[in-house]
Write a protein that binds this ligand. Structure first.
Ligand SMILES: [Zn+2]
Length: 216
């Protein structure tokens, strides 16, 4: 696993393998960015959206927060980094799509479901509690769900809550209504290496079909 000194040599490798091999691309990128997609992903070290989604520098505007939580307007802080990044992406970069990507084995959702594990962690506690309505909804709709199933349903439900919360901002809601911005809920299953997207028609997550050669 990479310690700090390995990151330094990693940058040297990046310079020699990427920057110097594709100078024209990076020179163009140095002039400005125009990503079309904004991703809200968890801070988890295993879920880097650019890697998971196969994107190059300049292609994704990335916002990361514990459990990919987006606060609604009523709960956004006075100095909210998540909402500031969303505002920049929507108003200034004029991105076309926002993807909220949750994942399996999410430590943030685990903390929300086991509050005793974060009882002394004021900021984690306050942050993950923003997803509390998702848990209450899951427990109401699926009272029989326990253990891993409940955890997964809450991970998936927290993503949907973040999508709802995005719509609490007038500048997001109006862009969606005008058809210039689309919102997508995604769930990355680490165990199976699969990505599922929310289908609002069937009201369920549907795994992306793999090309035949990659289906094993
Ligand atoms: Zn997570």
């Amino acid at each position: 696993m990479a310690r700090f000194h390995e990151l330094v040599s990693g940058f040297h490798a990046f310079r020699s393998e990427y920057l110097s091999r594709d100078k024209a691309f990076f020179q163009e990128l140095a002039r400005g960015q125009s990503p079309k997609t904004l991703v809200v992903a968890c801070c988890d070290s295993r879920t880097d959206p650019a890697i998971v989604l196969g994107c190059k520098p300049g292609e994704l505007f990335v916002v990361r927060s514990i459990a990919a939580i987006v606060p609604d307007e009523a709960n956004a802080g006075e100095h909210d980094a998540v909402v500031a990044a969303l505002e920049y992406g929507v108003k200034h970069l004029k991105i076309h799509d926002i993807v909220v990507m949750g994942h399996s084995n999410c430590g943030g959702i685990f903390g929300l479901l086991h509050p005793e594990t974060i009882a002394n962690d004021r900021y984690i506690n306050r942050w993950v509690s923003l997803a509390g309505p998702a848990v209450r909804r899951i427990d109401h709709e699926n009272p029989q769900a326990q253990g891993e199933l409940r955890c997964r349903l809450c991970e998936e439900g927290a993503v949907l809550l973040s999508i709802e919360n995005l719509l609490s901002y007038a500048w997001i809601r109006s862009a969606v209504e005008a058809g210039s911005l689309c919102l997508h809920a995604a769930y990355y299953d680490l165990h199976r290496g699969m990505l599922a997207l929310w289908n609002s028609g069937t009201e369920d997550y549907e795994e992306l079909a793999l090309p035949a050669a990659a289906a094993s």
